[in-house]
Design a protein around this ligand. Structure first.
Ligand code: PMV
Length: 318
């Protein structure tokens, strides 16, 4: 059987960094994200093929990436037949956006359907989480909370929509500083931070409050409150990264230049707030009305600047 699904990437506003269980990708902290439209992964799964094969953006992949994808299918059914996966990202790989969130969300949905199983959105989020933590947040559109959960088997750790995409007309700008591969992968980085950063425990202890306050800010559509919390969560996470040993520093000089430009715009009365993940690119949250002006200002520092809106649920397509 075959099935095809699409999913959108998401950007965390309150960040996930640290795992309480590595093989199940159970997070040490809850997080809050916005699913983005325009950019998407489309994935076809053929359940029952001559042998396991993965094609990504038109080329066959045989590296660890393929191993990871097929091990992921084993979680769905340890006795599965050989499968073929054909996946495309419509966004340029050069966008530097975390594509693993949309990749594993689309793969979970397509594989579930192709295998003839039927899963709820919650079950699919739990499954996608095991491929890549942030994928737990990409099954749902709009504003999504991923609860850390407390159960050892992770059945209470999944993404849940708290507000649909049309709840609030914001924009997320992606300022691409570098499209290169990240210097330290997120799993490796999270393990290192947990073991060595003197600030790790404080990060874990304070992030639940950030999530709760950010949920209220989303509900009230309070851009200032949400933006301030987002920047605080970002800086705290990067402080934990930087104080890991050896240090993990994803920032580049241009990242800092954008952060300063965002601050300067804000001082001129244009509300905008920055966030960064495990890489040098900067994402900027703002209202729809200011997006173009902010993008043109930031394009003096780097380009491209993508302007994205809130996106919808992952879905099966025919
Ligand atoms: O699940 P991963 O490996 O995509 O880790 C994501 C980690 C961050 O992007 C840094 C933060 C987040 O919450 O997305």
């Amino acid at each position: 059987m075959k099935a095809r699904a699409i999913a959108h990437p998401n950007i965390a506003l309150i960040k996930y960094w640290g795992k309480r269980n590595i093989s199940l990708n159970l997070p040490a902290v809850s997080s809050l994200s916005l699913t983005l439209d325009q950019f998407q992964t489309e994935t076809l799964v053929e359940w029952g093929s001559e042998r396991d094969r993965l094609f990504l953006n038109g080329s066959e992949i045989q590296s660890n990436e393929a191993k990871r994808a097929f091990q992921f299918l084993d979680r769905l059914d340890p006795d599965r037949p050989p499968c073929r996966i054909v996946s495309h990202n419509n966004f340029p790989t050069a966008a530097g956006l975390a594509s693993s969130s949309s990749a594993f969300a689309a793969l979970a949905l397509a594989a579930s359907k192709a295998s003839g199983q039927s899963h709820t959105e919650t079950e699919l989020s739990i499954l996608a989480r095991q491929g890549s933590g942030s994928a737990a947040r990409s099954l749902s559109g709009g504003w999504v909370v991923w609860n850390r959960g407390i159960q050892p088997n992770g059945q209470d750790s999944y993404g849940r929509c708290i507000a649909p995409p049309d709840h609030w007309d914001v924009r997320m700008l992606v300022a691409v500083v570098s499209a290169g591969r990240k210097s330290v992968g997120s799993t490796q980085g999270m393990i290192r931070s947990k073991e060595t950063s003197p600030f790790y425990q404080n990060w874990v202890d304070t992030s639940e409050k950030d999530v709760q306050e950010a949920i209220q800010a989303v509900q009230k559509k309070d851009l200032h409150q949400l933006g301030a919390l987002m920047e605080h969560s970002t800086i705290k996470m990067h402080a934990v990264m930087m104080t890991s040993r050896p240090t993990i520093r994803y920032w580049k000089p241009q990242s800092l230049a954008i952060i300063e430009a965002v601050e300067a715009l804000r001082n001129r009365g244009i509300p905008c707030y920055q966030t960064m993940d495990a890489g040098p690119n900067v994402k900027i949250l703002c209202s729809a009305e200011h997006a173009e002006e902010i993008a043109s200002e930031l394009s003096r520092i780097t380009h491209p600047i993508h302007i994205l809106q809130a996106g919808s649920d992952a879905k099966i397509i025919h």
